[in-house]
Design a protein around this ligand. Sequence first.
Ligand SMILES: Cc1cc2nc3c(=O)[nH]c(=O)nc-3n(C[C@H](O)[C@H](O)[C@H](O)COP(=O)(O)O)c2cc1C
Length: 367
Amino acid sequence: MSIYGQALPVSFFGESHGPLIGLTIHNMPAGIHLDTKFIESELTKRRPKSSLSTARREPDPFEIVSGYFNNQTTGMPLTIIIKNTDTRSKDYTPNLLRPSTSDFVAHVKYNGANDYRGSGHFSGRLTALTVILGAISQQLLKELGVTVGSHILQISSIKDSEFDYMVNEELLNSLNACDFPVLNQDVQSKMEDVILSAKNQQDSVGGMIETCILGMPVGVGNPLFEKATSIISHLITSIPAVKGILFGAGMDFVTKKGSEMNDAIEINDGRFKTKTNHSGGIQGGITNGMPIVFKTIVKPTASIAQNQDTVDTNSNKNSTTQIKGRHDPAIVHRAVHVVNAMSAYACLELLLKERSYHDIKRTKKSN
Ligand SMILES: Cc1cc2nc3c(=O)[nH]c(=O)nc-3n(C[C@H](O)[C@H](O)[C@H](O)COP(=O)(O)O)c2cc1C
């Protein structure tokens, strides 16, 4: 299913090499003037530009085709499309399944009827839609006092610093302004070198993204299946190439003791607050008012130009394949914008499951 959500349900449609891709957002609050310049600037950050990314060039001109009238949302389904232009479908051979892409499973599940060109509906191309969804979500979240920001924490073995307790809105906004967001500027060139070196060896590299969300109030989420952690994980792992998510102290929970990992509680200005944030802002599935912090693991790009073993679906025999076409030698530096966008949507969905947008905004104003 390419449909998700209860409060602000969304559906995605289209294929990488079809005529267009698009999304519909249902239950969109009425009367919102969409900041189309902001949507455009968010799309620009995800778009492949340099030799660090695929040579496919898509200008992503989006069109709002329903649910928008007199420069504002009508409250009806909001549909936005992007036409595909720079496709080179001849690069794809349907019978040689490309290892660790969606080819194998899609071929079996859909009896070979799937659109294999550029991975069809599985393609990273559809993440342009996530970025549109995220830009709209960020615009609404701003009114509700919530800010989301992400940086590239690691590419291959090159590491940036982690967010610390000094993280603030200004820092997140400065990351949001960057194409290649990192906390320490000196790691950027090392990360770029490692991507280019993998590319030169007809190989690819993976990495990790770190996200921080500020301004989420205490009490959002539920104790069991609808935890804030479950909803964020569901959405983040829906992004192609994402292989894991770690909240708060992440892998430290494996080796450290309870006495080191517990977040002691104190009263601060009459409010309960934790002294540390190893939990990453969520306890028992419910936000505790601290920054929500998590890390997303992104795998190395599957389509590499080296010779690889596979199966030929025409002959049903073992074979080899050497992938042609234009691919990203790393996905992380593009996915960081997708993860940020999806995180914004996750927060909005979580908040709107508690109360309506206009209701939260009204209460915020009167406080
Ligand atoms: C922004 C972005 C760009 C991507 N570009 C490529 C690519 O060029 N080549 C590739 O094999 N996979 C690419 N992917 C990932 C594939 O879509 C994904 O690995 C594939 O569908 C299999 O899904 P899985 O990795 O989640 O198992 C990209 C993903 C994202 C988010």
